[in-house]
Design a protein around this ligand. Structure first.
Ligand code: SF4
Length: 62
């Protein structure tokens, strides 16, 4: 799996970084970046993070 962020939707709320700081990094300017791709065994945690994004900006490319 590969994590994606839709930069046109991300509002920089930072929930994702708070939940998975090794995967998401909020930027001073512009949308949050994906800085790491977690292994498959963290999928449940990732699904929680996806549900916790107020902008529904996070996706998974299978
Ligand atoms: S939780 Fe969603 S809106 Fe907030 S920084 Fe992460 S991707 Fe962007």
């Amino acid at each position: 799996m590969r994590i994606t962020i839709d930069g046109s939707k991300c509002v920089g709320a930072g929930n994702c970084e708070a939940d998975m700081h090794d995967v998401f990094e909020v930027q001073d300017v512009g949308p949050t970046k994906v800085v790491g791709q977690p292994p498959e065994d963290r999928r449940r945690q990732l699904e929680f993070v996806i549900g916790n994004c107020p902008a529904r900006a996070i996706g998974i490319d299978e």
